[in-house]
Design a protein around this ligand. Sequence first.
Ligand code: GRF
Length: 313
Amino acid sequence: MFERLQKKWKVNGLQLALIISTFAIGGSLTGYAGRKLLNFLGMEKSALWVILYIILITILWPAAVLLVSIPFGQFRFFIKYLKKIGRRMGLVKKDDRTPMTDDRLETLAAGHPSSVIGHPSRIAVFASGAGSNAQKIIDHFKENPAVNIALIVCNNPAAGVLSIGSKENIPSLLIEKEKFFRGDAYFKELKEYKIDFIVLAGFLWKIPVSLIKEYAGKIINIHPALLPKYGGKGMYGNKVHEAVIAAGDKESGITVHYVDEIYDHGKIILQEKCTVLSTDTPEALAKKIHALEHQHYPVLIEQWIKQKREEHG
Ligand code: GRF
């Protein structure tokens, strides 16, 4: 049950524990405050008392959980949660979910009770293919005022990720080999878009050293295997899964790591595993790997950015 909740809310185990605690304490606080208030009004227990009590706790509950969520560090989760309920009840306009403009993000961030947010971090997603990870990342951050998926960078004019960019109203930058590897690596454009972090999601070109230096410790990649196995030049897509199956490995998985000068080599941040069955085809394994990526990469990015922002004040 807990695993299902983790998946549904896209949170890790610790966050789930904090959320459940917030629900529990917020709920008890609401009940206590409701009873105290009715006692204060000197009301006798009756049908009217019960009706008033229900009305009171309905009004007090959102405020109580929001209050409790602050020390538990879960304010953002509960604001989103309450908005969702509000939308379902028709109290919050549906179009509140549409992609936020930069102005709206800035306003939201400035008005956010948690001063931790400040200026939203701007992410460039580098991708060369279909972009299913890019889509999950975009979806994950849609209502997060602290993070703005500000740019899609792509080297392949036929890549599906470009359609995702235009559908989601996110600017795309189609890059050329010459300028990327022998020019300024599009540094000027990345600065113009005020990019703070770079997230690779199926990007097939090596990142030039100049860019790694400019964005030191701010570029991460996801690889569809358990590095250091099955990494390096030419190891991408189904080639990775074919190699895993050919070697008879019983498990594979995903690796999120920092990007350094060597392909698939930088410090590992996260690994998640899945089983490889003897009947698995490369396509079947790819499906399992994609599911793991979609589940973990956006959440990891959120935690990583939060940590980076805390480190840099
Ligand atoms: C993913 O499996 C990722 O690990 C690898 O490239 C694939 C991209 O898939 N680096 P998608 O384009 O996000 O669907």
